[in-house]
Design a protein around this ligand. Structure first.
Ligand code: SF4
Ligand code: SF4
Length: 134
């Protein structure tokens, strides 16, 4: 028997907030999976881009504790291919903003050992800081 998933009131509020911040029609996603198949970062993510949007659609706030939203490089490979015209990078950005507003830091730059910090490409640090200040 097929299990029907229901969204809770709290989940609806979460979805509405992400839609408001991102400006994206999240409920228009039909889970075709094109984004996951196009994403150059998908192999490093703990959930795929299409799972990220599905969890958001269902108001599942545990999406905030996944790595995927932090690994989205805003490359737009998914955006240009999405048959529903959804820009997933904006959704990832909205999820990061919600997470950051909860004061949950993803990267503790001071906690990276000095030798590794010295070897890090500058662009990686700039990218990380932009995600802090978006
Ligand atoms: S490509 Fe677009 S419609 Fe398809 S799963 Fe990804 S976000 Fe949804
Ligand atoms: S914009 Fe983000 S989710 Fe979309 S393909 Fe690029 S890295 Fe993946």
């Amino acid at each position: 028997m097929t299990k029907i998933m229901m969204i809770t009131k709290e989940g609806e509020a979460f979805l509405a907030r992400i839609q408001e911040i991102s400006g994206e029609a999240i409920t228009a996603c039909d889970q075709c999976g094109t984004c996951s198949g196009s994403c150059p970062m998908a192999s490093e993510m703990d959930i795929t881009p299409s799972e990220m949007i599905r969890k958001t659609q269902m108001g599942q706030q545990d999406v905030l504790s996944t790595k995927a939203m932090w690994l989205c490089a805003a490359c737009f490979a998914c955006t240009v291919r999405c048959p529903r015209g959804i820009d997933l990078s904006k959704i990832a950005e909205a999820l990061r903003q919600i997470s950051l507003r909860q004061a949950v830091d993803h990267i503790d730059i001071a906690g990276i050992p000095a030798p590794e910090r010295a070897r890090l490409p500058q662009i990686a640090l700039v990218g990380a800081m932009r995600k802090f200040t978006s």
